[in-house]
Design a protein around this ligand. Structure first.
Ligand SMILES: Nc1ncnc2c1ncn2[C@@H]1O[C@H](COP(=O)(O)OP(=O)(O)OP(=O)(O)O)[C@@H](O)[C@H]1O
Ligand SMILES: [Mg+2]
Length: 321
């Protein structure tokens, strides 16, 4: 089914999820999440519900707080306020490792691989949640060690095959082309066996054909692994093409939630991107919000405006700090 046919349904809570997941408990339920850095409120009143097989998007202008949300979900930062329920379990008090073991895996805006290790070893590091042996087994290379090693190798190859990367298993990760490093990071995250995969700008630096392949693979990952995916992305073709629901962040707060169609036609969203200076407003016809739409209901209530095409919202993005 194409994401153009997607229908979101309102839950008893203030969340929208794809219709097929409506009777399943949410995989991620975030309420009133926020963090202050000194005097700066980077994220505030962040509420989101993601169902178990949903592909959700988080978009917004540079500096809106998107990566900070990921850092809160993965406990890189301890939230100043709010709750995060993963598969019904409160992650309060968990550290980054415990949150990963509980089922959240991520990739980073800046690639973080062990670039001196092989591709296979990078994936094997991700397997630590599932392959375990006691210290003496490893030190003395006891039979169980070789059994587990074989298991890890097979699993790593199986995971690499998602992106057709088995042939690269022996390469040094740092020597791979950029797009392949990005894919390897996703494979490594998947190796930890997540229930929720967070992707921070997975298409950044990819060429158009790599990006469209990535789009297909994101859907394939969701279908094969039956997991929820939340992705941050500036590439609107990817976001609008693959996400079933989208939340838009501006100055740390959600200003709109809805289907890709709702979002790309939402005057508040268009205004946020215009305000960021990251839109090509004057040069593209039909990208400016119509003044008659200014009185449309709150975007959080799934407003139905019109205008701006997805590509109109793509901004020239700054390099990550
Ligand atoms: N550790 C920190 N200390 C102080 N301020 C921070 C910290 N981390 C993030 N911020 C601030 O929080 C705000 C949101 O940053 P964040 O990186 O989350 O934005 P973003 O939406 O991911 O932007 P981009 O699209 O450019 O990646 C920015 O003003 C940033 O400077
Ligand atoms: Mg970011």
């Amino acid at each position: 089914m194409s994401n153009k046919d997607i229908k979101l349904v309102q839950l008893p809570s203030p969340n929208f999820v794809p219709e097929r997941d409506k009777d399943k408990p949410l995989m991620l339920e975030v309420s009133h999440l926020g963090i202050d850095f000194g005097g700066l409120t980077a994220v505030n009143e962040f509420n989101i519900g993601i169902s178990p097989t949903e592909i959700a998007g988080l978009i917004g202008p540079n500096g809106a707080g998107k990566t900070t949300v990921f850092n809160l979900l993965t406990k890189v930062y301890e939230p100043t306020r709010g709750t995060i329920l993963l598969d019904g379990k409160d992650t309060h008090g968990m550290n980054t490792i415990q949150v990963n073991q509980a089922g959240i895996a991520r990739t980073f805006q800046n690639i973080r691989l062990f670039d001196k290790l092989t591709v296979e070893d990078n994936v094997k590091i991700g397997l630590h949640n599932s392959i375990k042996y006691h210290m003496p087994t490893g030190v003395f290379r006891l039979p169980k060690y070789w059994k587990e090693e074989k298991k890890a190798h097979d699993k790593a190859m199986e995971l690499l095959s998602i992106f057709d990367m088995q042939d690269m298993a022996g390469y040094i990760a740092g020597s791979l082309p950029y797009g392949a490093q990005r894919r390897l990071e996703i494979v490594r995250a998947l190796a930890t066996g997540p229930k929720l995969l967070l992707l921070d700008e997975p298409a950044a630096g990819m060429n158009p054909s790599e990006t469209s392949e990535l789009m297909e693979n994101i859907e394939k990952i969701r279908d094969e692994f039956k997991i929820a995916i939340l992705l941050i992305e500036h590439d609107m073709n990817l976001v609008m093409g693959v996400c079933e629901s989208i939340a838009v962040l501006n100055f740390g707060e959600i200003i709109a939630k809805g289907t890709p169609n709702d979002i790309q036609n939402n005057p508040k969203v268009i205004e946020a991107y215009l305000g960021s200076g990251s839109i090509n407003g004057g040069e593209k016809e039909g990208t400016l919000p119509d003044s008659s739409d200014a009185s449309k209901p709150d975007a959080e209530q799934m407003s139905t405006g019109h205008l701006a095409s997805p590509d109109a919202m793509i901004g020239g993005r700054k390099e990550e700090s």
